[in-house]
Ligand binder design. Structure first.
Ligand code: ADP
Length: 249
């Protein structure tokens, strides 16, 4: 379970990206985070794995007080959270399997990882996940020879190989052809259903959120303006979610 209480983030330049966010997300949920550009979606996700340090409030993930983690404890926590970026964040001169294996690095000392001393189980997991995202044929290919959609699938396989308790995906389709959105969200949805891993995905296309998510969190200018099952989203509510946000465009 994720319990967020009164979470706030004010950046050094004074931008209030998050204001008093409180939300509880049960294990195994598939949550779409929606809202206009600048609403705070990305900052919210980044606070959950501490890529961004909150300035206020509490975050508890399965009993871990995330906001106060430091050093090794923070590293240990981070390996349990798979983060999928808009821009994939892969090492493009390395192969698919090498990138996916790097999902295991958090489990080994740095020197082992640097020497590529992965266990047989690491390789097995990596191959399994490469299969899940449909890239077995490309296992040995360099990432820079792949299409954007394929690269994002590598990033997802890497996140799965972390054996995460939580996957955070920050607009994973944003830099891809729109018709690939279903492929990416489909893979995340299958993983969520098969493994029971909680998935939070930032989506600014509301139709996609409706098709894939069980639950929606809507942000508007740093505030949580809707939290509920996807069935409750109607046009009125959608208007309210997007109301007054023009200044954030
Ligand atoms: P979204 O993901 O919904 O597009 P973000 O979380 O990226 O929104 O941004 C929320 C607000 O915080 C925006 O006004 C954005 O410009 C601001 N912001 C994001 N990152 C930083 C930063 N590092 N420094 C200052 N302001 C930032």
């Amino acid at each position: 379970m994720i319990v967020v209480k009164n979470l706030g983030k004010t950046f050094a330049d004074g931008t209030e990206a998050l204001r008093g966010i409180s939300v509880t997300i049960p294990d195994g949920d598939f949550v779409a985070v929606i809202g206009l550009s600048g609403a705070g979606k990305s900052t919210f996700l980044r606070c959950l794995n501490r890529l961004v340090d909150p300035t206020k409030g509490n975050i508890e993930v399965r009993g871990t007080d995330v906001a106060s983690l430091r050093g090794r404890a923070l590293q240990r926590y981070r390996r349990t959270v798979g983060f999928i970026f808009q821009q994939f964040n892969l090492v493009t001169r390395l192969s698919v399997v090498e990138n996916v294996l790097s999902g295991r690095l958090g489990y080994h000392g740095t020197w082992r990882g640097l020497l590529g001393l992965f266990t047989e189980r690491d390789y097995e997991l990596a191959r399994q996940n490469i299969r899940k995202v449909g890239l077995t044929e490309k296992e040995r290919s360099r990432v820079d020879s792949l299409s954007g959609g394929q690269q994002q699938r590598v990033a997802i396989a890497r996140a799965m190989t972390q054996e995460p308790q939580l996957i955070l995906a920050d607009e994973p389709m944003a830099s891809l052809d729109p018709r690939l959105a279903d492929v990416i969200l489909g893979i995340l949805k299958d993983y969520n259903e098969q493994q029971g891993v909680t998935v939070l995905v930032n989506i600014h296309v509301i139709e996609l959120a409706k098709r894939y998510a069980r639950r929606v969190l809507a942000f508007n200018l740093g505030r949580l303006v809707f939290d509920g099952p996807v069935e409750m989203l109607d046009q009125d509510l959608e208007k309210r979610i997007y109301a007054g946000s023009l200044e954030a465009l």
